[in-house]
Design a protein around this ligand. Structure first.
Ligand code: UN1
Length: 514
């Protein structure tokens, strides 16, 4: 399949003419002043687009325009803001296939996962529309006579969203659609490995904004994290940085933003474990573990990276899992039946090989896979084998997140041991237990159970829905975005006290007679 032809076909459907500009602030900047960066398809290792990224000047322009747009946008009521998100959601529905295909070409996701990415945007749009009529605060009883006390949530202003290649558009929408109904304006810096997706999404979103004469609250600025990311993180005009990426980069972002007392939402690495007990429904667990470990070629923050299996069923479980791995097709993600596409780039392949080597040195035994795959017709693509490694204990490499389909298997005797192994890594994003035993399940969900932001029972660590708050603890950064009350992160909370009486009684019984 000719990727360039396919790319042209889908970009025509997306009506994307301004392909090379990586800057949008109230219109595509004709000639951004940053470097030209190529976007490479991991499917065949070839360039699919050359994009002119932004510089400091383009960034300045984006912030100024966003501030202006914010001042107009914030005058609209939240349901009026919700109207725009509804229209965007409708347009995304129409373009789901083409956008999904761009995601697949650029990031190597399978066709269904590429479209799933856009579905996730549509879902969060629907959620945001409903939420636009439900933004609420508490009313508290006042100790002072004839006083009313309540809290309200005001927009923050301009916020920055820095996304990663693996969910190149949905994570932007989790943040941006919710922030928009709260009343914020959003500047997006996508991963340099997924700029074409960002440009395609922006082209659709901003067409809806323009055609319906809304203020230009969505801007895009491509460029390196080092340059543009640093500008955003240190800029007091950008009230919140929502960052998705590695623990290492997240630490830098967090420190830079904290120095100026800005806000952050951090979605950093995961090292997610599934506990499989002897009471588990084994066929169901096998499916859950295989999906969790292999979907998106192991490049989700929520990917299952560790299984902790009870001694009694370990041999059977691992044997059957190997059978499933043997049947999984690795290859061109655009082809039917392929479940595991490529890794994002050459560096990811190197990291995979290095991790397998380290695991072996640390006492691991490769039960399945472990090698790089060279496909006959896609020799320059970045493919690796689904890999299962038995580990005698928790070792340094198993405490790290390697963005690849490597699954470490551990044995356990008691559930307490299993939970200890599970919680012994620095990251705390997602977790799961497979069991039909109520006591085991409740132990896993108790205060001394899973220490992660997401805890699943009889389902995979990956594949969270947008309705819940998404995020994790420990090195994962503590941020929450997407559903539930994560919208509050995009607002400033204001406690309001109103005296509607004729006197001025003071709190804590203080007398101040003047
Ligand atoms: C991520 O990997 O950054 O839960 C997000 C999931 C997806 C989102 C993952 N809905 O697997």
């Amino acid at each position: 399949m000719d990727l360039i032809k396919l790319r042209k076909y889908v970009l025509d459907d997306l009506d994307l003419k301004q392909l090379n500009s990586g800057i949008y602030s109230e219109g595509w900047t004709k000639k951004p002043s940053g470097k030209v960066v190529e976007s490479i398809s991991p499917i065949d290792g070839r360039p699919i687009a050359s994009i002119i990224t932004g510089s400091r000047e383009d960034y300045e322009e984006a912030v100024k325009k966003s501030e202006k747009a914010f001042s107009q946008w914030t005058k609209l009521t939240p349901p009026q803001r919700g109207d725009l998100i509804r229209l965007i959601g409708n347009e995304l529905r129409l373009k789901k296939k083409s956008l999904g295909r761009i995601v697949s070409i650029e990031t190597g996701k399978t066709t269904v996962e590429g479209e799933g990415e856009i579905q996730e945007m549509i879902d969060i749009a629907d959620f945001a529309v409903g939420l636009s009529r439900q933004l609420h605060g508490l009313q508290m009883a006042s100790e002072r006579k004839d006083h009313r006390m309540y809290e309200q949530y005001q927009p923050l202003g301009v916020i920055g969203v820095i996304t990663s290649f693996n969910f190149p558009s949905s994570v932007w929408s989790w943040n941006s659609f919710i922030a928009a109904i709260v009343g914020d304006a959003v500047i997006w810096k996508p991963s340099s490995k997924a700029m074409l997706t960002a440009i395609s999404v922006m082209n659709i979103v901003t067409k809806v904004v323009k055609e319906n004469r809304y203020p230009g609250i969505f801007s895009l600025i491509t460029g390196s994290g080092r340059e543009i990311g640093t500008l955003m993180s240190s800029d007091t005009r950008v009230k919140l940085i929502s960052f998705t990426g590695s623990v290492k980069s997240g630490r830098t972002v967090s420190e830079t933003v904290a120095r100026r007392f800005g806000k952050t939402i951090l979605e950093l690495g995961g090292n997610n474990g599934s506990i499989v007990t002897s009471k588990a429904n084994i066929p169901l667990s096998l499916k859950g573990v295989a999906f969790g470990a292999l979907a998106t070629a192991g490049q989700r923050c929520t990917t299952t990276r560790r299984i902790i299996v009870e001694d009694k069923v370990y041999d059977e479980f691992v044997h059957r899992l190997k059978g499933i791995y043997a049947g999984v097709k690795v290859g061109n993600p655009l082809e039917r039946g392929v479940l595991v596409g490529p890794l994002i780039d050459e560096e990811a392949v190197k990291n995979f090989t290095a991790a397998v080597g380290r695991a072996k040195k640390e006492g691991g035994k490769v039960l399945f896979g472990g090698k790089v795959v060279k496909l006959k017709d896609l020799k320059d693509g970045f493919y690796v084998e689904p890999t299962l490694i038995e580990m005698p204990k928790v070792t340094p490499v198993t405490c790290e997140e390697t963005f690849a389909p490597i699954l470490y298997a551990f044995r356990y005797k008691t559930l307490e041991d299993a939970i200890e192994i599970h919680n012994s890594v620095p990251q705390g994003l997602s977790s799961s237990i497979f069991t039909t035993d109520l006591t085991e399940e409740e132990k896993f969900l108790s205060a001394t159970g899973s220490d992660c932001g997401l805890a699943n029972v009889n389902t995979a660590t990956a594949g969270a829905e947008i309705g819940g708050a998404f995020g994790g603890e420990k090195d994962t950064g503590g941020g929450r975005e997407s559903g539930s009350d994560a919208w509050k992160n995009y607002a400033r909370r204001q406690t309001v006290t109103i005296n509607w009486g004729t006197d001025i009684p003071l709190s804590q019984g203080v007398k101040f007679d003047v």
